[in-house]
Design a protein around this ligand. Structure first.
Ligand SMILES: [Zn+2]
Ligand SMILES: [Zn+2]
Length: 413
């Protein structure tokens, strides 16, 4: 029995995919593909729609926001009769999009993840074959690009309105040995992005930056469709190609005033610090017994080595104090997330961080908190550094938290 028939037998309601049979997107390829779409705005809607039509096996959708009335001019997956209900209820975008994907093609298993890029455990990202980045801010792109690099995943980044409202850019980052998003930035922007990535940023700069980012970029459904289609087309072709290569490729498209497509090849920047060999996740051990709600750093040390310490992907704020009312608390939040926080006592945003953590040593008072209490995402891959006489080496442990596919999953905050 051919694999195509097997797939169809497993799904009695399967589509007739014969028109795709001689294309790059033939059934045996698409029926085994798990694609993650990060950002379910105008672009993410289009990417998800095309992946659904092509019959990807699994489409995972990640977005932290809820549907809004202003989305409807550019978001095909939200334009259904029951949308008023979702607008009233404030249904997350990822959840509405996942339902539509299942309706467009019942062969697809669609899962909604409600949260930010940093809330998605690396273990979930690891289980995706191909990642489409459809977010509208550079910091999230940098976080995702770094994660894909460490896991050796192909990342297809799309952006709208970068040149003017009738333009867009699609970039392929091959993962592993290739360039990353930060490689493509000039010296100043790179430094700013790295500061933001590692939580060492100057809070004033971040606040200014947020103000700028709040400026609304004009987006048309036409460009979202064109750039989304380009993202899926070149992304799948690259993924399925026999020799995916280690160079990056950008497609810069402008339709107005004169249609023009520029193809730019790019390599890893020798000055980008995100390519240290020890950051590459390899030799992964998965802890199946126990979940993030139960496992503590102490348990990890006992499992791996008592002369190890846990390094955090980003600094964690474990102590904060309100300058207005004096209230102090333990937020257990990424430093980058702290900037959105207000005082639980009085609501003031004038908050001081009093204690941050970038590693947890064996024997430290933090070793008995569970990974969930410490604010780590579910299915996270943790990096322990094991000290020995020959120096130190990284050891990667994935927490085998399970999630139910085809559901809406609220990621930890
Ligand atoms: Zn780089
Ligand atoms: Zn306060």
């Amino acid at each position: 029995m051919s694999s195509v028939q097997e797939v169809d037998a497993a799904h009695p309601g399967a589509r007739d995919y014969s028109r795709l049979a001689t294309t790059e997107f033939r059934r045996e390829r698409m029926a085994s593909l798990t694609a993650l779409v990060v950002g379910v705005g105008a672009l993410g809607n289009e990417v998800a729609k095309y992946l659904a039509l092509l019959g990807a096996r699994k489409i995972w959708l990640l977005d932290r926001d809820r549907v809004e009335a202003s989305n409807l001019t550019r978001s095909v997956l939200f334009c259904f009769p029951d949308i008023q209900e979702h607008l009233r209820a404030g249904t997350p975008k990822a959840e509405v999009a996942a339902r539509r994907v299942r309706e467009i093609n019942p062969d697809v298993s669609a899962t909604a993840f409600v949260g930010e890029v940093g809330d998605l455990g690396l273990g979930i990202l690891r289980r995706a074959d191909l990642i489409f980045c459809c977010v509208d801010n550079e910091a999230a792109r940098a976080v995702l690009s770094r994660a894909c690099l460490r896991l050796g995943k192909l990342l297809v980044d799309g952006g709208l309105g970068l040149i003017n409202y009738s333009g867009g850019l699609v970039s392929i980052f091959p993962g592993a040995d290739g360039p990353c998003y930060v490689c493509r930035k000039g010296q100043t922007r790179r430094r700013e992005l790295l500061q933001e990535l590692f939580g060492t940023e100057d809070p004033c700069w971040v606040k200014e930056k947020r103000q700028e980012e709040r400026g609304i970029v004009p987006t048309t459904p036409l460009m979202a469709s064109i750039i989304g289609a380009l993202q899926v087309e070149v992304g799948l072709r690259r993924f399925f190609s026999a020799v995916p290569g280690t160079e990056g490729t950008s497609y810069r498209l402008v339709l107005n005033p004169v249609p023009e497509l520029q193809v730019i090849e790019f390599s890893r920047s020798p000055n980008c610090p995100l390519h240290e060999p020890e950051d590459r996740i390899s030799g992964l051990e998965t802890l199946k017994q126990g979940c993030s709600q139960e496992i503590t750093p102490r348990l990890l040390f006992e499992q791996v080595s008592l002369s190890s310490y846990l390094t955090l992907d980003w600094p964690l704020t474990v102590g904060a104090c309100c300058r207005s009312c004096g209230y102090s608390w333990r937020p257990f939040l990424r430093r980058a997330r702290m900037r959105h926080e207000s005082c639980p006592g009085c609501g003031s945003v004038d908050i001081a961080e009093t204690s941050t953590l970038s590693e947890i040593e064996s024997g430290s008072p933090w070793q008995d908190y569970t990974l969930a209490e410490l604010g780590f995402p579910r299915s996270q891959i943790h990096q322990l550094v094991v000290r020995s006489q020959d120096g130190s080496r990284p050891h990667y442990v994935e927490i085998g938290d399970s999630f139910e596919e085809g559901q809406a999953i609220k990621l930890c905050s």
